[in-house]
Design a protein around this ligand. Structure first.
Ligand SMILES: *Cc1c(COP(=O)(O)O)cnc(C)c1O
Length: 354
């Protein structure tokens, strides 16, 4: 526990005698059972995998530790990524820990404050690109192809390898694969990684079944559902605001091989799930993460019988990443009072003890 994914899962990862055993304690995140939401929507056993508990607050750390360790092993001194925010936070942190220069390309003005503050704090070189994420990724790929710089986006296969370890953990905790896995889909690396992890575990008999993969894109950023790239993707869930996913075809494979689906949820459904998670479960996630739960709620409402199912929703990132969304949704006014206990007690309608 706390040993990190490289050490814990080394036999399943591209680890050689020369791979540095880099870690910041990523992985081993909680899988908590729903207390109220599952009952509310008629779901047998509903679990949340809290990936916001990783060192930089998102699942990106699982793959980043592998990608950065392999960059070190290859002798690179600079790592580069395009990012909607969390990849840059993770690259900057692991780059700092490894003593590498980190360069992050972000869509100008579109990064949530918490994420940008991380890249800045960890000392990355931040370049705001006058374009969206898809444009930034094109540039990152072109630079890495032609120059001596290591690309650490999820097009780097080491990222997918690291991220698949979350599937192993779910199987270890439940003692079996869940029946359905609900997951947000942006660049589609994570759904690809989970499916790879579940299949590997199934192949070497650590699990006797495979889950149905249930991926959800935001309605305004749903190229896989539409069947074509979206030029100007729009959604409040900035981590999945992607119009041309890099792992498009492997997401389709995950969907089809598992008999699952890739669907859409609206921003309203995302925000409903975001609020319900916080208020009924005490789980504060960022909007993109709530797309998994929004997808489960939407499926239950559409009549999918989950009453005897064990389902896992991947809560991909922490709510503190994007505090402005929480503040914008506050529906209890913040009150003011003088620094006086009697006044506060009166405001609460509290009765004196006898
Ligand atoms: C990156 C990210 C996603 C999307 O994952 P993909 O692998 O790009 O599909 C979802 N939620 C959060 C919080 C993320 O950081």
């Amino acid at each position: 526990m706390g040993e990190g994914v490289l050490k814990r899962y080394r036999e399943y990862l591209p680890v050689t005698a020369d791979t540095p055993m880099l870690t910041m304690g990523e992985g081993d995140t909680p899988l908590v059972e729903s207390r109220r939401l599952g009952k509310e929507f008629g779901i047998g056993h509903l679990f949340f995998k809290l990936e916001g508990c990783n060192p930089t607050g998102s699942f990106k750390d699982r793959g980043m530790v592998v990608a950065v360790a392999k960059a070190m092993e290859a002798g690179h001194t600079t790592i580069l990524c395009a990012s909607t925010g969390n990849t840059s936070a993770s690259a900057a942190a692991y780059g700092a820990a490894a003593g590498l220069e980190t360069v992050v390309l972000v869509p100008a003005g579109q990064i949530a404050a918490g994420k940008l503050s991380q890249a800045v704090a960890y000392g990355a070189r931040v370049i705001q690109i006058a374009g969206n994420f898809d444009a930034a990724l094109d540039i990152a790929r072109e630079v890495a192809e032609n120059y001596d710089i290591s690309l650490v986006n999820s097009v780097n296969p080491h990222r997918i390898e690291g991220q698949k370890t979350a599937a192993f953990e779910i199987i270890e905790t439940l003692g079996a694969a869940p029946d359905n896995l609900f997951i947000p889909v942006g660049n589609a690396g994570n759904i690809t990684a989970y499916w790879k992890g579940f299949k590997e575990a199934h192949d070497d008999e650590r699990a006797s079944s495979l889950p149905q993969m249930m991926g959800f894109q935001a309605e305004g950023a749903a190229p896989i559902v539409a069947g074509h790239p979206i030029a100007d993707p729009q959604t409040i869930a900035s981590a999945i605001r992607i119009g041309n996913p890099a792992s498009w075809s492997s997401a389709i494979t995950a969907r089809d091989e598992s008999g699952g689906l890739i669907g859409t949820v609206s921003d309203e459904e995302i925000l409903e799930a975001y609020k319900l998670l916080a208020r009924m479960e005490g789980v504060f996630c960022e909007p993109a993460s709530a797309a998994s739960v929004a997808g489960a709620i939407k499926s239950a409402r559409a009549g999918m019988d989950l009453s005897s199912s064990t389902i896992a929703c991947i809560i991909t990132g922490h709510g503190l990443k994007d505090p402005s969304v929480a503040m914008g949704l506050a529906d209890r006014p913040q009150e003011e009072a003088p620094a006086d206990a009697r006044t506060v007690a009166d405001m609460l309608g509290a009765r004196p003890k006898r």
